[in-house]
Every structure is written in C-alpha cells, then in structure tokens.
Ligand binder design. Structure first.
Ligand SMILES: Nc1ncnc2c1ncn2[C@@H]1O[C@H](COP(=O)(O)OP(=O)(O)OP(=O)(O)O)[C@@H](O)[C@H]1O
Length: 447
C-alpha cells in the first residue's frame, strides 16, 4: 500500500499539534482526521478505515506517566489489531517507549519532532501493509473488484447471495462496466470454484463457428475437422460457462442454445451420441433488459432460462466516489508495472476525473490512467496530465459536422484504425471496446 492511499487519525489534546500534523499530512495521504478528545477514537474508527493512528501519550498535561496513552493504545488494538499506532510524547522516556512497543505500538516519536521523521515513520508502516488496495467487496476471490459506492455495494451483496447457488445469472451493464470481472467473481465464490471457468464471446461467432465452438465436433465432420475437438460446453463440464454478448446472437443460435439448456445434453457435430453436461450458466450483455425483451430479436423462453437472477452493473458515472478509488488503484498498478515510483493526485486532477462522462466506463478510465502514468513527467499529477481520448468517449461537438450517432461512431473508428495503422487489437484498446465488439462495428458499418 502507498502513502497516498493511507487513512490517518491524529489524537492529541494540543491544538497546535493537531494543526501542524494535519498540514503536514493533508497533501500526502488520502485522508487525515484530527481530534482533541480520545473518547472519540472508538466511534471515529467505526466510521473510517484508518491505517495509522498517531496518538499522544499524555492528555490534559496532568499525569505524565504515559498511562493514558497506553490505555488508549490497548483500546485501539482491541478494536482493530491491524491499525498501526505511533505514540508521541514530550518526554523522551525510553522505558515508556519500550513499554508501549511491547503493548503493540508500532513506533514512538519524541516531541518536538522532525517532519521528515514523522513522514518516514508513517510511510514505512503504510508500505508494510498488505491490505488489497481499495477492495471493499469482502469476497473470497482472486479477482479484485474495486468499489465502495452504494450502488456497487448492492451488487456485491447480491453477488455474495447468489454465487454459492447454482442459479443461472444474467449480468447487464454498459461496455466496460466490469461484467467480465463479476462473472469471474461469481465463479470464484461458488461451489464450482475448483472446476473450470470457460468464457465464450458468443456475439462474435458466425453461424457455423457458433456450433463447432460450443458443441465441438468429430474428426471428418466437415472439411477442416482433422481431429475430434471438445466444445466449450463440454470443456466447462462441472464448472461455469460464461457466455458474453448474449444479446447479439441470432434467433437460430438462440434456438440451438435453448435446446441444449433444456436437455442438458450436447451432441458434437458429426457424433451419434450426445454428452450429458452439468454447467452453471452465466450470460452477459450490454443491452438493457427492455431491449432484450424485444421478441423480434430475442426469444422470451431463452430469457427466462438464462435469467434466474439478474445483476445490473451501474455505469461508472453513477458510482460517485468509486472514480477516485479506482483512479488511485490504477495509478498505483501502472506505476508499479512501468516502474515509475509513486504518484500523488492534485485536486484539479481529481476534479477533472469527476467531471468526465466516462462513456467507456471503467475500461476508459483504466486506459486513460495507463496513458497518464506512461507520459507523466512529475510525481504530482495535475489536470493537464490527464488526457481523455475523444475516441474513447465520443462527444458530439459543434465542430463535428455529423449529427447522426452512427456517423460519429463510424468516423471515430476510422480515425483510430488509421492512427494504429490497421492494428485491430490496438485500435480496440484505444476505443475502449473488445476486439469482438470492434469487428462487429466494422461489419455493421461495412468497413
Ligand atoms: N470494479 C472494478 N475494479 C477494478 N477493475 C475493473 C472494475 N470494473 C472493471 N474493471 C476493469 O475494466 C476493464 C473492463 O472490464 P470488463 O471487461 O469486466 O467489462 P465488461 O463490462 O465485461 O466489458 P465489455 O462489455 O466491453 O465486454 C477490465 O480491464 C477490468 O479489469
């Protein structure tokens, strides 16, 4: 964990100490709360998730034995043993220092202190911590899902409730909202977690690939079938099958899928015998449930089958404080990845983030911050360091002649592909969509 992600509480009855420490720490850490009264410690700890408490040893200046400090130290450690406590005293009493360390204090500082020393002590303690950055999901999962907004807390509650059941789940959400992550987390929190998790982007499959990919085939079943190949249903047997972009499959593909789900059997192309399958099905789409309910495009009976429970992931622009949380997470992640040291975020940087629309959701934020870290020339990131690509979030502006959304999207795609010299993977990344989604759009616009 890095210093700028830390939450710090300072408790001292000397107002000057509180002001000085607040000033010193404010720009370096995520949150600093100061209070004169040690009786507030318990409730403040309930409200905030502190990493470090800086605590005076002597309150009221009456008894200078340091006992009060040790009394409050014990209370803090009892309430949360993971919080580091740094004790401060005006009297450099080595016996007291040793006593407080034995009682669980992490360090001891003598007044008057040097600012560098305090910062160094806090930084060392914070960097030692292994707390996963910003993860608030409380899920038993490898997959890190960052978010503490109310709407995401609701998603996590639902996820925890349904994951251990075998219910089929439909995940709804705009592109880049984290449907993939949620699908993985459901599997990792399910009874099938030690069995395979198999993902298929069904929206990107042509009619013929759909069958061979999902159901498999026997050698010689068609010209290119040089050997037997297991389908994805069979590969997922005993585990979870995740069908992404389900809203984009044809009515014919829907009928084939429905038959398999009803019979719980698949017959590989060219085989005479069917195979029993036992899968938990998770589907995802970026269409709204109302769009899916259009019977000309999607069969009602299939919706009922895949949608025992639905989970809707809200767009990033509706998640309030998650934007800052995710920003810290991605900045740290890419700073580590590219060996760029640690960054702090200036207020105007955060403000610019918060006022952005994020049409491409978390994926757009992630790519923008990766770019920011790569290009950064200073460890303090300012608004000017944050560059959103117009392509990731196409906004119709007065400069754009086209008023039609399709035309805007088409010209944005063309620009990016041209910029990336025809490289589809790079272009999809820059556009904030998957390769499959880009191919679909190329098809749609006949590009
Ligand atoms: N809450 C989150 N915490 C951390 N990373 C996230 C979160 N949500 C999304 N991401 C990251 O954003 C990117 C897009 O997420 P993901 O692929 O799960 O979205 P999606 O909704 O499945 O997108 P699409 O509809 O385009 O397939 C991924 O790199 C993912 O790791």
């Amino acid at each position: 964990m890095l210093l700028h992600n830390a939450n710090i509480l300072v408790i001292d009855d000397d107002e000057d100490v509180l002001v000085a420490l607040r000033l010193l720490l404010k720009s370096k850490v995520k949150e600093v709360v100061v209070n004169k009264n040690p009786n507030t410690i318990q409730s403040l700890m309930q409200e905030h998730n502190f990493d470090v408490v800086i605590l005076d040893m002597n309150f009221n200046g009456l008894v200078n034995t340091g006992n009060e400090g040790i009394f409050w130290l014990n209370k803090i450690k009892k309430q949360n043993p993971n919080v580091d406590v740094i004790l401060i005293t005006a009297y450099g009493d080595i016996d007291l220092a040793i006593r407080s360390l034995k009682q669980g204090a992490s360090d001891f500082i003598v007044k008057p202190w040097k600012n560098e020393k305090i910062l160094e002590t806090v930084r060392e303690l914070v960097e030692k911590k292994k707390r996963p950055k910003g993860q608030k999901t409380n899920l038993n999962s490898e997959t890190k899902i960052i978010g503490e907004s109310e709407v995401m807390q609701e998603v996590f509650v639902k996820l925890k409730k349904v994951a251990p059941t075998d219910a089929n789940i439909l995940i709804l959400g705009e592109n880049g909202t984290g449907k993939d992550l949620i699908a993985k987390a459901i599997h990792e929190n399910s009874l099938r977690k030690n069995m395979p998790f198999v993902k298929v982007d069904v929206g990107a499959l042509t009619e013929s690939l759909f069958e061979s990919e999902l159901f498999g085939y026997k050698k010689g079943a068609f010209t290119d079938a040089r050997e037997d190949r297991k389908g994805r249903f069979e590969a997922a047997n005993g585990g979870t099958l995740f069908l992404d972009e389900i809203g984009n499959i044809s009515l014919r593909q829907q009928a084939r899928l429905l038959t398999v789900l009803q019979n719980r059997q698949v017959t590989p192309i060219g085989a005479n015998q069917s195979i029993e399958i036992d899968i938990r099905l998770i589907c995802a789409t970026n269409l709204s449930i109302n769009n899916l309910a259009d019977e000309e495009k999607f069969r009602k009976d299939l919706i009922y089958r895949i949608n025992t429970v639905d989970i809707t992931i809200p767009p990033l622009r509706e998640r309030g404080k998650d934007i800052t949380l995710l920003a810290h997470y991605f900045i740290d992640f890419y700073a580590d990845k590219y060996g760029k040291g640690s960054f702090s975020l200036e207020l105007d940087f955060i403000q610019k983030l918060k006022s952005h629309g994020f049409a491409g959701n978390v994926r757009e934020l992630q790519y923008a911050l990766e770019r920011t870290v790569i290009m950064a020339e200073d460890q303090r990131l300012k608004a000017a360091d944050l560059i959103f690509s117009a392509i990731e979030s196409p906004q119709p502006t007065v400069l754009q002649k086209e008023t039609n959304l399709d035309a805007i999207e088409k010209s944005a795609i063309l620009r990016v592909i041209e910029k990336n010299k025809g490289n589809i993977s790079k272009s999809a990344k820059e556009l904030g969509i998957t390769r499959a989604a880009l191919y679909r759009r190329l098809n749609k616009y006949e590009l």
